[in-house]
Design a protein around this ligand. Structure first.
Ligand code: PLP
Length: 360
């Protein structure tokens, strides 16, 4: 082809999502498979969100409300902050993209844990900037090593709290001492896609830093605990000076009207959120107990997924597929003896355990 993209674009490895269930079932000739691979909510969307989408459907001839007025207002009330602290995104992915667009130029550096969520690296590369990947230590984010990698070119640091795929979390104490080592002009992005599942009391309270520290941006999403992954809606909470810069690069109608209506209604559906949290916590407890009994090692997790040590992960992944159970092999994340399991419904967790027993 005569048309050439710059090297930093053609060199990107595209994000590889899991295959749709229907596709896998057709390929393998199986039925009734269960997907425990993408950290989704097994309860479906919140019923209140579904009702709101139904109501909004008839108005989809109109453009969405551009700044997400009602959703932003509601989030501001929920967190007791100003709407100016909030930027909505087409998923929190979109907010990651706005941050890298607004703050990085070619040659800049962004520090991130590795392995972690792959979109940081992709978005940093789109901006022509450099990803500085810092290996985890004992499956947790190594804040000391990350602080040590700061140079005069560092503009941004990504922290995943809890981390995907290891489920590790950051303590208040560790974060507090970390930020003291970071220069004032470096943005600290705390990606809290799974924050609603955290149970450990020593966990960092990110929002308490907002009023004290301009550098901190917190990312949240409706994709996990609120069950709205397919609608794509997330948000960032940050200082108004930062948000005003993100609004300059934000697409004017980046969150569609159905997503806005669903998310606004989902915030009122406390029952659904609590049911989701109980399901995940009970599911994790069940998996821990069962694996303990069988002597199968795993990483305790603060999210809605966990990593389980199974030996040859690619082989176990393929064998589980034949049993109709879809999980993720962690080989491409650098953990060739681990699979990642998303907590499902009670029956799905039981079916996973039965299939794992058979496969191992
Ligand atoms: C750590 C982390 N951050 C962000 C996202 C993206 O979430 P969203 O659906 O809001 O774009 C995910 C999705 O899996 C994730 O695991």
């Amino acid at each position: 082809m005569k048309i050439k993209a710059p090297n930093h674009i053609s060199g990107i490895t595209p994000y590889l999502p899991g295959k749709p269930m229907e596709e896998l079932e057709r390929e393998l000739g199986i039925k009734d498979s269960i997907k425990l691979a993408s950290n989704e909510n097994p309860l479906g969307p919140s019923p209140k969100a579904m009702a709101a989408v139904q109501k909004e459907l008839a108005k989809t001839n109109r453009y969405p409300e551009g700044g997400g007025y009602y959703l932003t207002q509601k989030l501001a009330r929920k967190f007791n902050i100003s709407p100016k602290n909030i930027v909505l995104g087409n998923g929190s992915d979109d907010v990651i993209g706005m941050l890298t667009k607004a703050f990085l130029i070619p040659g800049d550096e962004a520090i991130m844990p590795s392995p972690s969520f792959l979109m940081y690296e992709i978005m940093v590369q789109v901006a022509g900037a450099i990803s500085v990947r810092v290996p985890l230590s004992s499956y947790s984010i190594d804040l000391t090593a990350m602080a040590a990698r700061v140079t005069s070119k560092t503009r941004m640091i990504f922290l995943t709290h809890p981390n995907n795929p290891t489920g590790s979390f950051l303590t208040e104490e560790a974060f507090c001492s970390f930020i003291r080592k970071i220069p004032e002009e470096v943005l600290i992005v705390l990606d809290e896609a799974y924050i609603e599942f955290v149970r450990d009391a020593s966990s960092l309270d990110s929002l308490s830093y907002l009023t004290r520290d301009q550098r901190i941006v917190v990312l949240r999403t409706f994709s996990k605990a609120y069950g709205l992954a397919g609608l794509r809606v997330g948000y960032g909470i940050m200082d108004p000076d930062i948000s005003s810069l993100l609004h300059r690069v934000r697409q004017p109608f980046n969150v569609n009207s159905l997503a806005q209506a669903a998310a606004t209604a989902a915030l009122d559906d406390v029952d659904f959120l609590e049911k989701t949290q109980a399901l995940v916590h009970n599911g994790l407890n069940y998996i821990y107990r069962t694996l303990d009994k069988k002597g199968i090692p795993y990483l305790p997790s603060q999210a809605n997924f966990l990593m389980i040590r199974v030996g040859d992960a690619d082989r176990v992944y393929r064998k589980l597929l034949q049993e109709g159970v879809i999980v993720r092999s962690m080989t491409s994340y650098g953990f060739p003896d681990y699979i990642r399991l998303t907590i499902g419904l009670e029956m799905e967790n039981e079916r996973f355990i039965k299939a794992l027993e058979k496969v191992l």
